[in-house]
Design a protein around this ligand. Structure first.
Ligand SMILES: *[C@@H]1O[C@H](CO)[C@@H](O)[C@H](O)[C@H]1NC(C)=O
Ligand SMILES: *[C@@H]1O[C@H](CO)[C@@H](O)[C@H](O)[C@H]1NC(C)=O
Ligand SMILES: *[C@@H]1O[C@H](CO)[C@@H](O)[C@H](O)[C@H]1NC(C)=O
Ligand SMILES: *[C@@H]1O[C@H](CO)[C@@H](O)[C@H](O)[C@H]1NC(C)=O
Ligand SMILES: *[C@@H]1O[C@H](CO)[C@@H](O)[C@H](O)[C@H]1NC(C)=O
Length: 265
């Protein structure tokens, strides 16, 4: 019943992103989930292929990972016109953690290690609530609303009041992710979860999952899905009983060309 036999984490250097684009909406469980570790905090071992993948995805403002640049000092290269600002005003990174508008700094909740983001519709709120409950207080939560309902969540769920809400009608989670999960904003987090609203989470435990991901140094992964419940889009996403994780590497048989499907879409 524990997580380990139930979930098999999948390393899909590129495939994880493909799944999000190619899965019809009617499936349960849907395959559009993914976890992106962020190498900025040093938790994940970022090899060249993975960082170049993220670099491509976030190309325009991805911070220089050579490690010798000034970005590592925590102060961004000053934009044109910022010359008169005092030090500390221009920084290279921030996060999605809520700050107090008034009161004492001691009232601030501690900074979180992980980020949970979901594109949600109000109709799926019961499952979203169940999902959020599965993620501990080590997570900042961001909800992307595609149906225009936002304030209703606060009325029903206490946790919603501490979540960030972004609303844009009829957009996909990738639309939101590309625009609101900017590298400089997610950099402080060890792992970023880009989760589906309709995943069954009965047998899921977030921290145990992260332990597996860390242990195997997975850059992009998703929990293995139970093929008996819902539609299978890719073999690699189906849970196997052969161990705690299995993976497909870019360049392998399943993904000979990273510019073609199913490695990119
Ligand atoms: C990162 O991966 C490389 C090769 O895969 C390995 O030699 C190195 O020890 C790893 N570094 C860390 C910090 O895990
Ligand atoms: C990163 O920094 C190195 C050395 O400072 C430089 O050669 C390289 O072009 C930079 N890369 C990017 C993407 O800015
Ligand atoms: C860091 O910034 C200083 C001052 O702006 C500059 O002289 C130096 O070349 C920069 N170093 C790198 C690696 O970009
Ligand atoms: C949210 O989920 C928790 C845990 O499953 C449950 O106890 C709680 O009643 C749910 N809240 C609502 C408003 O449904
Ligand atoms: C959770 O795991 C148990 C035991 O493997 C299984 O019977 C149950 O159907 C699973 N629940 C879901 C929602 O997958």
């Amino acid at each position: 019943m524990r997580l380990v036999p139930v979930l098999s984490a999948l390393a899909m250097v590129l495939l994880g992103f493909v799944l999000g684009f190619s899965v019809p909406a009617s499936m349960t469980p849907n395959l559009q989930c993914g976890v992106l570790p962020w190498s900025g905090s040093g938790a994940a071992n970022s090899s060249s292929s993975e960082s170049s993948f993220l670099g491509r995805l976030w190309a325009p403002l991805f911070r220089n990972s050579s490690g010798t640049s000034n970005a590592t000092s925590g102060i961004a290269r000053r934009p044109e016109g910022a010359g008169r600002l005092p030090p500390g005003i221009v920084v290279s990174e921030s996060d999605l953690h809520l700050r107090r508008l008034w009161g004492s700094p001691s009232q601030d909740a501690p900074v979180r290690k992980y980020l949970l983001t979901m594109a949600v519709g109000y109709k799926e709120r019961a499952n979203v609530n169940a999902t959020v409950q599965k993620f501990s207080d080590k997570f900042d939560v961001v909800l992307f609303h595609y149906d225009g309902h936002t304030t209703e969540w606060d009325d029903e769920f206490q946790w919603s009041k501490e979540a960030v809400h972004v609303s844009a009608r009829k957009q996909t989670k990738w639309w939101f992710a590309k625009r609101f999960l900017h590298p400089s904003i997610v950099a402080p987090y060890d792992y970023v979860f880009l989760w589906d609203e309709d995943l069954g989470v009965d047998n899921f435990t977030a921290e145990a999952y992260i332990d597996i991901v860390k242990k195997h140094g997975l850059e992009i992964s998703q929990p293995g899905l139970d093929a008996t419940k819902g539609h299978k889009a890719y073999d690699v996403s189906v849970k196997r009983n052969s161990g705690e994780m299995h993976k497909t590497d870019a360049g392998g048989q399943k993904c000979p060309d990273v510019h073609q499907r199913p490695c990119s879409g």
